[in-house]
Ligand binder design. Structure first.
Ligand code: HEM
Length: 149
């Protein structure tokens, strides 16, 4: 997760669209925070929830920033490229990570408008080989349910 977050963040800083939100200067702990967040989403220890306020805090970092979304496509593009550069060339892994980042980006962007209501205290999303895991343990993301857990 640290390797993925490091590669991904370098791509964001180098991207003509994504460099702007980071131009004010970035917390040096951003990459480890991102790695901890993704680690928790993919079944690792709940470090981000314990130490950084959980999913709601992550959403709030991005909330009420702007009414337009110039970022989603670039964010997904950088993530897909980082996955290809850092993780094994496994088709199923790439597919489920691709599903994940598109869903996660859509959620973050939904809170970006200046007038958007806050997220409250949502649970950390959990993703497995079978896609997003529901609070009741069910899974749901289109064809992802056919994958071997
Ligand atoms: C949609 C485009 C997005 C943009 C432009 C964006 C930009 C940013 C920026 C500027 C920061 C603050 C960095 C700092 O100063 O420390 C940040 C923090 C963060 N972002 Fe994003 N982000 C986006 C989407 C996402 C998504 C989809 C996720 C999760 C999948 C995410 C996870 C995080 C996390 C975990 C942090 C660190 C928060 C902390 O320090 O606790 N971001 N993001």
């Amino acid at each position: 997760m640290l390797a993925l977050a490091t590669d991904f963040h370098e791509r964001c800083l180098a991207h003509p669209t994504l460099s702007h939100p980071f131009a004010h200067g970035v917390d040096p702990a951003h990459v480890p925070h991102l790695a901890a967040y993704w680690g928790e989403v993919f079944g690792g220890p709940p470090d981000y929830s314990r130490s950084h306020g959980g999913h709601g805090a992550m959403i709030r970092v991005h909330a009420n920033q702007c009414d337009e979304d110039p970022f989603s496509a670039a964010f997904v593009e950088c993530f897909d490229a980082a996955v290809a550069a850092v993780l094994p060339g496994d088709t199923e892994l790439r597919a489920v990570l691709g599903d994940y980042i598109r869903a996660a980006t859509a959620e973050v962007v939904a809170y970006m408008p200046l007038s958007a209501a806050g997220p409250g205290d949502p649970p950390m999303p959990r993703w497995t080989w079978a896609g997003r895991q529901g609070l009741d343990g069910s899974v749901s993301t289109g064809d992802a349910v056919t994958r071997t857990p």
